[in-house]
Design a protein around this ligand. Sequence first.
Ligand code: ATP
Length: 484
Amino acid sequence: MDLTEQVLSPAIISDRVLINGVVTPLTLTTDGELRWTESGRRKSTVANEILSFVEEGNKVRVKTVVERRGGICCRGSSGDYIRKDFVFEPLSNESRKLWCDKLREKLESLGRPKRLFVIVNPFGGKKSARKIFVEEVKPLFEDAQIQLEIQETKYQLHAKEIVKSMDVSKYDGIVCVSGDGVLVEVVNGLLEREDWRTALKLPIGMVPAGSGNGMIKSLLDPVGLPCSATSATISIIRGRTRSLDVATISQGTTKFFSVLMLAWGLIADIDIESEKFRWMGGARFDVYGLQRIICLRQYNGRILFVPAPGFESYGQPGTCSLDNESSVSDKVLGYQGPDTKLEDLQWREIKGPFVSVWLHNVPWGAENTLAAPDAKFSDGFLDLIVTKDCPKLALLSLMTKLSDGTHVRSPYASYLKVKAFVLEPGARIDEPDKEGIIDSDGEVLARGRRTYKCDQKALMSYDKLQITIDQGLATLFSPEEKLI
Ligand SMILES: Nc1ncnc2c1ncn2[C@@H]1O[C@H](COP(=O)(O)OP(=O)(O)OP(=O)(O)O)[C@@H](O)[C@H]1O
């Protein structure tokens, strides 16, 4: 809270108050900064740091959260927060009332959330969401005087059920203390509501507490914040939002709304089949990934895509017979996907065999996977990474580069942005009686013949599916750009 900034903005209120028993001038500026002098040193706290204030007898306690910066250089080394209180005593009752009015008006003007609906998945990741919520999240929300309605999920798809029937008008946002799985359920639940247009305007906040926390990592990492429950919670309290593209995956009248990714081939096989090694923790992806590269599978099939401007040279011109049924469903009242006239678009195609086909909406797929380094939250495009004809050693090297995103520079990978996409999945080339798995946002969307757990039901069949994107349809709580 040391005052280093010398450019002063106009005062809303400036008065002499008692700080630690000493009469001192205190000023609140139009940009929400409180300035005073303590033990001969000029100090300040900015609006961003103020959570709330309370009157305690004649005193006013301002609750703040301050970033503890590490090292000499602040860039990228920040993000550890400490709670600090600043207490002052106005010299009269009138002065105290005026201070409280002005502080309240200033905080009100920031548009922060006042009532949040919190969904906690006690089952996700290392099963620590409940502990994270109670110890790290709830105390901060309480200090920020945010009213909470808390609900724990009791079974799979419970979060979707909850948001489908909740009264959205009562809240300023939904917070998921979970992994990405619950976020996807929340988006799908909101989109299946009759009032989806209004419901989707409700910002969704993520607090990382699952094994896949790709969305919140994608929000925090670009502004130099660590993927922690504290930085995520503070971002929600500050109330800034950003919009997020939503992809509609359709097969006939069956639809799934995706906000993270779709994978087919190697990545899907590793993601889904490594479940049998869950006891290994995060190492399951590396161990099973290595096994999959040694016994590499390739898949026949075809992909069609409408490239974003600048990516028209990828693939060959392709003709696409589209599934018209997918846009027509009178019985369903919820969102039906974007009104894109797919027939009028310039389609390109790439034919198999494929090692991997991967579509990504945001940069990070998990906390250690920078899947699509150029992906943007609301550019209206999905990033497509296609891997073909790749020798095993090169593939091994490519997979080790997933942590810093340089895999997209491999000569065996094509990396482009697409506006629409069609997948025509085929069988494995080594064992044509076996097919693959299509994975969207960590869940199995379709299981082909003789695949892992192929007796279990999936939402779609292992057949042609199409994807369209609605630009910026959903809203997320998001940290502000930091001046670094
Ligand atoms: N009480 C519960 N019991 C079992 N499953 C649940 C429960 N609550 C939620 N789930 C399911 O847990 C799944 C994973 O949730 P979450 O998003 O928190 O974590 P994740 O990181 O995506 O996944 P995981 O930890 O399973 O790898 C979701 O599909 C959700 O439906």
